[in-house]
Design a protein around this ligand. Structure first.
Ligand SMILES: Cc1ncc(COP(=O)(O)O)c(C=O)c1O
Length: 396
């Protein structure tokens, strides 16, 4: 092992030095050694990528598609994305208004880097996907957290107005619909009510819609109600069970896409050709219904979980989308979600994620993923029932 010259570490970018590592991954790793643990921790589909999509990737490799591709994705890719977003969600983007990224993860970084000067602030309603705040801080921006725990985990026009009054300097707002970790989905009227506040401002709205295909009610894209100041994120990770392909999409006014593309090219030049080819197929009409069987499976699993949660009288938010059940730490466990999650992992052998990892607004809550098989979920529910019943009697 090579040692770094002493003192050099202090010379690094301090935002990087002081950044937390990914708490979800760290916690998952920490508990992964527990024998027989059922992991309701995972944030990715347990399904395999559909065959026709895999074949598109294989064909791309076989055809020696091995040179640098177009930074924003091929013309065919962008045409398919635009048609997909139009057919599915009535979005009006053309192929010039969309670009490929290396997952929504890269989209978050490239977009925030494009929008923010050092010291600029971003409104982030929480609990939410932790990368928004972590990325904002890493690039020298400031996070304005908004606690949504008293408003059914949704941003309301009143909360937004209150935040804007206190922070008129904010540059951007990041929402996620469906949300991670809560599974909440903004209905059309709710987005319209937010839009009527937002259009009075110069805020740029980032709407992360990566779970748009995994919705159990109706889905409306923020891009349809506030197109002129919204940037939409989507991708194939969740809809087509392709997390490992690393392919996301940014859609927004072309003039913004041109700017974001500058950051994107310095970060990655271009996504991997085979991944773009696979996503081109996923976004073609042949891939429109790929998520249907997955969605049906998620719903079945959810109903099993809800039956147990109801029987145990646990407090939860019934998700309208995504594959997470957001629930309050059971009353007979310590209220600290970190301690409670550890106890559940070690003593009940059920792995869930502490809610505080999604912002302090998640304190006292836990996230259970149902992106794992039905037998595993049934096993987890039996264990939870046995453990919490035993615990209630003071035997745990
Ligand atoms: C809300 C949200 N956005 C983005 C991502 C990351 O997506 P990608 O795999 O496209 O980078 C996740 C992953 O869990 C997520 O939950």
């Amino acid at each position: 092992m090579i040692e770094l010259k002493s003192g050099l570490l202090t010379r690094l970018n301090q935002a990087v030095r002081h950044a937390n590592d990914n708490q979800i991954l760290r916690f998952s790793r920490e508990i992964s050694g527990i024998e027989g643990l059922v992991r309701l921790t995972v944030g990715e589909p347990d399904f395999t990528t559909p065959e026709h999509i895999k074949n598109a990737a294989i064909n791309s490799i076989q055809a020696d598609d091995s040179h640098y591709g177009q930074p924003r994705g091929s013309v065919q890719f962008r045409q398919n994305v635009a048609r997909y977003l139009s057919d599915k969600y009535q979005l009006a983007y053309t192929s010039d208004d969309v670009m490929a990224t290396v997952g929504v993860t890269e989209a978050i970084y490239a977009t925030l880097k494009t929008l923010l000067n050092p010291g600029d602030s971003v409104i982030i309603p929480m609990p939410t996907f932790p990368f928004y705040a972590a990325t904002t801080e890493m690039i020298g921006g400031k996070v304005i957290p908004v606690d949504m725990s008293a408003t059914d985990f949704k941003l309301t026009p009143a909360l937004l107005q209150q935040t804007l009054a206190a922070h008129p300097e904010a540059k951007a707002l990041i929402i996620a619909t469906p949300g991670n970790p809560t599974g909440v989905v903004y209905q059309k009227q709710e987005l319209e009510a937010l839009a009527s506040v937002l259009e009075q401002t110069d805020l740029i709205v980032i709407s992360d819609e990566i779970y748009s295909e995994i919705v159990y009610t109706a889905f409306t894209s923020m891009g349809t109600v506030l197109p002129n100041q919204t940037i939409v994120f989507n991708g194939v990770s969740k809809s087509h069970a392709m997390t490992g392909y690393r392919l996301g999409v940014i859609a927004g006014p072309k003039i913004l896409i041109d700017e974001i593309d500058k950051v994107h090219q310095l970060l990655v030049t271009t996504p991997t050709n085979a991944a773009v080819a696979a996503a081109t197929e996923a976004f073609s009409s042949a891939g429109y219904n790929d998520s249907l069987p997955m969605r049906a499976a998620y719903l079945e699993r959810l109903s099993v979980m809800l039956a147990t949660f109801d029987a145990l009288k646990l407090e939860y938010v019934e998700p309208d989308g995504a594959f997470y059940l957001w629930f309050k730490v059971p009353t007979n466990l310590p209220r600290d979600d970190n301690v409670a999650a550890k106890m559940l992992a070690e003593q009940a052998k059920v792995g869930v994620i502490p809610g505080s990892y999604f912002g302090t607004a998640g304190n006292g809550w836990l996230r259970a993923s149902f992106a794992t098989s039905l037998p595993q979920i049934k096993l987890a529910m039996n264990r939870l029932t046995a453990y919490l019943t035993r615990n209630k009697r003071g035997e745990a």
